[in-house]
Design a binder for this molecule. Structure first.
Ligand code: 5GP
Length: 242
C-alpha cells in the first residue's frame, strides 16, 4: 500500500492517506517530545519499538473484544490502520496516583486508586490539554453523553485487560492515555497508539520507570534501554522484528 498525501503530522507520528480510502498509513518517527513539544530529541529506532509494542497491545485488546484501529504492520515503524475521525479527548486511566494528579490534588504519590480514576483532557497543545467534564465537552461540541459513556466503559475494560497483560510481564501499569475515533459508520474505535510514550510503566520488583517519564525527567540516556526492556518482556521471540 502506497502513501499518498500527508494528512496529519503530529509530534511523533505522521499520518498519510493511502490508495484505500478506508485506511491510513501511520509512520512512527524516532522523535520524542516533552512539555507539549517544548523539548524534542531523536532516538534511534524509537518509532519502530513503539509501533511494534502498540501492535502487540492492539492485538491483545482485539483478542479480548476491544476493536482497534490496527490493520497491519508492514514495516517495523509503519502501521496500516482504519481511517478514523479522531475525537479530541485524551482519556487517562490511573491505577496509582502520581504525575499531574498528585500535583493538582491532595492525594499522596503512590496511592493505589481503587476503583481506577478516569480523566478526560482536551487534546490541544496550545491550551496544554486542559481537563474536561461533560458540561465542557458539550459546550465544545466534542461528544454526546452516550459517546462519553462509551469512552469511559471502553477505557476501564482496556485497563483491566492491560493491567493483567503487563503484570504477566513483571510490569505495573500505573496510568495511561488513550484516544478514540469514529469510523465511517460512527462506531467508536480505539486509535492512536499504546506505548511507553503514553503510559507509566514500573518494574514490578524495583518500581523503576520504564517509560517516557524518564525523558520528562531529563534521563535521556536511559529512555531507549527502558523501551527495549518493555519490548523484550512483552514481545515473544518469534514476533520480534527488530
Ligand atoms: P499526567 O497527567 O500524570 O501527566 O499523565 C497521566 C498519563 O497519561 C501518563 O501515563 C502520561 O504518559 C499520559 N499522558 C497524558 N497526557 C499525555 C500526552 O499529551 N501525551 C502522551 N504521550 N501521554 C500523555
Amino acid at each position: 500500500m502506497d502513501k499518498k498525501e500527508l494528512i496529519n503530522c503530529g509530534k511523533v507520528k505522521s499520518v498519510y492517506n493511502s490508495s484505500d480510502d478506508d485506511k491510513v498509513i501511520i509512520e512512527f518517527r524516532d522523535d520524542i517530545t516533552a512539555g507539549d513539544g517544548a523539548r524534542k530529541e531523536v532516538m534511534t529506532n524509537k518509532g519502530a519499538y513503539n509501533a511494534i509494542i502498540s501492535t502487540k497491545i492492539f492485538k491483545v485488546l482485539e483478542e479480548n473484544g476491544i476493536e482497534t484501529q490496527f490493520v497491519d504492520l508492514p514495516e517495523p515503524n509503519v502501521m496500516i490502520a482504519k481511517k478514523l475521525e479522531m475525537i479530541p479527548i485524551e482519556v487517562i486511566v490511573r491505577n496509582i496516583a502520581t504525575g499531574s494528579l498528585v500535583r493538582k490534588y491532595p492525594i499522596a504519590d503512590g496511592t493505589r486508586l481503587e476503583p481506577p480514576v478516569v480523566e478526560m483532557d482536551y487534546k490541544d497543545d496550545e491550551y496544554h490539554d486542559p481537563m474536561l467534564n461533560f458540561s465542557l465537552i458539550q459546550a465544545l461540541g466534542i461528544a454526546t453523553q452516550e459517546e462519553v459513556d462509551i469512552l469511559i466503559e471502553k477505557a476501564l475494560k482496556i485497563n483491566e485487560i492491560l493491567r493483567k497483560f503487563f503484570a504477566d510481564a513483571g510490569i505495573v501499569l500505573v496510568d495511561f492515555k488513550i484516544e478514540f475515533g469514529k469510523d465511517k459508520d460512527g462506531n467508536i474505535i480505539l486509535g492512536d497508539e499504546i506505548s511507553p510514550d503514553g503510559c507509566r510503566l514500573w518494574d514490578s520488583e524495583t518500581l523503576e520507570m520504564m517509560d517516557k517519564e524518564l525523558f520528562r525527567k531529563g534521563k535521556d540516556d536511559e529512555v531507549m534501554d527502558a523501551y527495549i526492556e518493555v519490548y523484550n518482556r512483552i514481545i515473544p521471540d518469534e514476533e520480534k522484528v527488530i
